[in-house]
Design a protein around this ligand. Sequence first.
Ligand code: AMP
Ligand code: MG
Length: 334
Amino acid sequence: MKKAVGIATVSLLLAFIIGFAVFDGVFNKNISGNFFAMDTVVSFDITGKDSEEAAEQAEKTVKTLDSEILSRHNESSFTARVNKTAGGRMEDHFKSYVSTLLDVNAKSNGAFDFTLGAVSDLWSFNDSPRVPDSSEIIDALSHSGCGKIKIEEDYLSLTDAQTVLDFGAAGKGIALDEIKNNFADKTVKRAIVSVGGSVLLYGEDKFTVGIRKPDGNAGEFIGILTVDACCISTSGSYERNFEENGLTYHHILDPKTGYPVDNGIISVTVISDSGILSDTLSTACFVLGTEEGMKLAEEYGCETVFVTSDKKIYASDGAAKMLEITDSEYTAVN
Ligand code: AMP
Ligand code: MG
């Protein structure tokens, strides 16, 4: 009799364990992968009952945003059409992106400028980079500036037909926000989606994110941030650059000069609840430098980590608490 009870207990326990494993497999289904969009590699790692559906939707979201809305290189996108015809009627989402970007432009005193497309095109960082003549830069700069954007209700017009809108500093963050919104009506327990230098961390766990070693490989870090769910974007001069006559030119431009920013900043990482803010502010802070950049990010309630060419790390108060410096060559300035 005792033996029969023992067998029954073991069977029940086994059934429970198998049942739990099946339940766990269904509710914590993990899917990971990558694809190419927005001129960069997008990678995802999603866990939850609806992970497959969420991954499919994330891919569709980034690709559609890129090809139909934000890319200035795809002739059929809304942005390319606005650039070509100096105007267009905006959908609500687009209108809200533009409104955020104009706000960051104003608060950064023009350091963040998404009308620099004609200047970026001259440098051609994505295909055959070259140092433009200064006369070309002066001419392209004369067609830049957010003052050339006019908005009347849903209609955006460019008062200068040669102005070129460029969402290169914001598109990746916008993609993260749209992906996060799509997760809301699904069972997604945990997700990490990275679109180039912008990463969505989703779920209730803690996450660790490395701050890339500027002169190292992609997997080498100088510090580790431990964060809750957030969006985190890094702008770095090591991202897109080229060398000519012993000088290195990178893709983040000073809107005042049209030349790559040369202020000793190597990278800026911004932590925010919002993807569009983390992305735009990482670029804005790069242009502004440590002091003004940190102040700007603070206005938006975002945390920042600046890395400079003399191997110093400037972190905002909140970020300093999340950051562990792991490379002894770098020192914290706080
Ligand atoms: P990110 O990697 O997010 O910092 O974005 C850099 C990209 O934004 C560049 O490749 C340009 O397309 C564009 N860009 C360059 N300089 C600026 C600037 N000062 N303000 C806004 N966008 C910029
Ligand atoms: Mg950016």
